[in-house]
Write a protein that binds this ligand. Structure first.
Ligand code: KG4
Ligand code: ZN
Length: 345
């Protein structure tokens, strides 16, 4: 049995987790910073890195104790070292290197977005049929991957502007709802009419596997506030009164547009790579509307268990096991990298 301690600090969650053999989650501790960032309606990088510094050691300690083991019992230390906010990444990477060096354990750096895909394996240990189309939809990413297996993950499409979770958060701000917006809009959408307003579905060129969500966000803004006159600063004006039913209908119609776009892109990607299954991870994979719509997709679909949709360290400890099994370790001068290592050229 191989026991891996994973560390996550790419954005605004500090996480540590102990995972056995790549799927058996022995502990999974996440210190969320949502409250610190809520009043800014988004993540403030400096606040995030300071909170990571305060949280990282208690979170690691809690994860190790929670798993009923000691640091020495672990076989490797893994860390999501890319992509993310540089100041945040540095805290997790420094902690992981220090532990690996002082304990004499191998270090394994993994890609956070790839780890979101791997999250479907946690606790289930059911490997999707290959090749799979992978979709990571979160606050920072909306990207499609051709997944040949867990060693071979190729980026085939990504957003050219906002991520879908970011669109959820911005639409929630436009509607005067809280942060993060995804779960709130998801809840309201369940009670609204998805056909009430026909918001745009931006699909780009015929074969494009890229995404664009900023037009949809602007369409919601104009629907709520009207198209601004020249020189008018709509954001400085108070939010027009919306009834409860208006809010639910806007949420449902916005969500329907997001889901239609995600599904059409999945269909295109599946066709282009001859996929046998679909993997969906990231914060937006918790969306009930998306999960429900995907039950009608033509291929088997793998979602993570709810607690592994948003950022956590279990997914990187899981993916690290794939590398551990081939003894593919990282050097102790592993860098924190802001961008994904698998950008298309
Ligand atoms: O994966 P994650 O924790 O962080 C990133 O790597 O970005 O994703 C957070 C994002 C936020 O934008 C949040 O609004 C969205 O996931 N989210 C949801 C739901 N739960 C979280 N979006 C739609 N429906 C949900 N139920
Ligand atoms: Zn993430």
């Amino acid at each position: 049995m191989a026991l891996i301690l994973g560390i996550e600090s790419t954005c605004d969650e500090t996480g540590a987790s102990v995972v056995a053999d790549g799927f058996d989650v022995r502990s999974n501790v996440v210190a969320s910073q949502v409250e610190l960032h809520a009043k800014y309606r988004g993540v403030v990088p400096e606040i995030a890195s300071r909170a990571h510094i305060e949280n990282i050691l208690p979170v690691i300690r809690e994860a190790v104790q929670g798993a009923g083991v000691t640091m020495q019992d672990t076989d490797a230390i893994s860390v999501a070292h890319r992509p993310g906010l540089i100041g945040s990444l540095l805290i997790g990477v420094a902690a992981a290197k220090t532990l690996a060096w002082s304990l004499g354990k191998p270090l394994i750096g993994v890609d956070h977005v790839h780890a979101h895909l791997y999250s479907v394996m946690l606790e289930k240990n059911v490997t999707p049929a290959w090749p799979a189309v992978g979709l990571v939809c979160s606050g920072g990413h909306t990207a499609l991957y051709a997944v040949k297996n867990w060693h071979d993950i190729e980026l085939i499409g990504s957003t050219i502007d906002d991520a879908v979770g970011e669109a959820y958060d911005k639409v929630a701000a436009i509607l005067g709802l809280g942060y993060p917006g995804g779960p709130i809009i998801d809840r309201l959408a369940a009670q609204g009419n998805p056909k009430a307003i026909r918001f745009p579905r931006t699909l780009l060129e015929r074969d494009s596997l890229d995404f664009s969500f900023s037009g949809l966000k602007t369409a919601v803004l104009y629907h709520v506030r009207g198209v601004p006159r020249r020189g008018q600063d709509v954001k400085a004006e108070p939010l027009p009164k919306l009834s409860d039913q208006d809010l639910k209908d806007i949420a449902a119609s916005f969500q329907a547009a997001c889901i239609d776009v995600l599904i059409e892109k999945l269909r295109r990607a599946a066709e282009s790579i001859g996929a046998k299954s679909v993997i969906i991870g990231g914060g937006v994979s918790a969306n009930r509307g998306l999960r429900d719509a995907m039950t009608r997709f033509s291929l088997p679909v793998f979602f993570p268990a709810m607690q592994y949709c948003t950022d956590n360290a279990a997914m990187s400890a899981g993916l690290a096991h794939v590398r551990y099994s081939r003894q593919q370790f990282s050097p102790l001068d592993l860098d924190a990298i802001t961008f994904s290592g698998f950008q298309r050229t």
